[in-house]
Design a protein around this ligand. Structure first.
Ligand code: MN
Length: 220
């Protein structure tokens, strides 16, 4: 639902990192060059991933897909994962990580999860508006970074992780059971969240440690 918004750039700058914005249609020939030069990679929010990329037919509630962006991000993601360098995945990025590792998605939360909370973005409210809580596993890297296991977060997604991909461990849920965070255990820094921490940093310091840890892990 968004291009690389200013909030991602500001969140990285706030903690002393130097943001470099990549085009959403990164060319295959550039993946290797980028992977060799970047210190950390943040995969940002956006629209739905083509369900064919996780082995499903498109359902009526699917949003618009962008084949070029899917191809660019999945390719870059797979090359980046092979480096074991710092990765922070947010919203669509969280779903791209899952699909890159062979996981699947619910094409629409309300269509598939009975009694689910409302996870969709409310256009009349600011992006930092709290939508629901998340409970993190005590042993997760994210809980250690944020210094707790329960946090109020925003929410701007209609899809969610269904089957986690290879290597991914689920580390956070919403109260309705929707998966909100995953990570790769043992990886130097691979954290993935369904909410938008970058949109929360201006209104509250809660998510600052996530960006601090990411930039620090990236050598910044
Ligand atoms: Mn949510």
């Amino acid at each position: 639902m968004c291009a690389v918004g200013e909030t991602y750039i500001r969140a990285i700058q706030r903690v002393g990192g130097t943001p470099v914005v990549l085009p959403p249609t990164t060319m295959e020939a550039d993946w290797e060059v980028l992977v060799a030069r970047l210190d950390g990679l943040l995969f940002s929010g956006g629209g739905d991933i083509d369900p064919q990329l996780y082995g499903e037919e498109s359902e009526p509630w699917m949003g618009q897909v962008d084949a070029e962006r899917d191809f660019a991000e999945l390719g870059l993601m797979r090359q980046w994962l092979a480096t074991e360098r710092p990765l922070l995945a947010i919203c669509r990025g969280h779903q791209v990580l899952n699909v890159a590792l062979g996981g699947t998605l619910y094409q629409d939360i309300t269509a598939h999860i009975p009694n689910a909370l409302d996870h969709a973005y409310v256009a009349t409210q600011p992006m930092e508006t709290i939508a629901h809580s998340v409970t993190l596993t005590l042993e997760s890297r994210l809980a250690a970074i944020l210094g707790g296991t329960t946090f109020d977060v925003n929410s701007a997604h209609h899809q969610a992780v269904k089957t986690p991909g290879d290597r991914l461990v689920v580390t956070g849920h919403a109260p309705d059971g929707v998966i909100e965070a995953v990570e790769i255990p043992g990886h130097p820094f691979c954290i993935s969240v369904q909410w938008h921490p970058e949109a929360m940093v201006k209104a509250s310091p809660t998510m600052w440690p996530l960006f601090e840890a990411f930039v620090q892990a990236s050598g910044g």
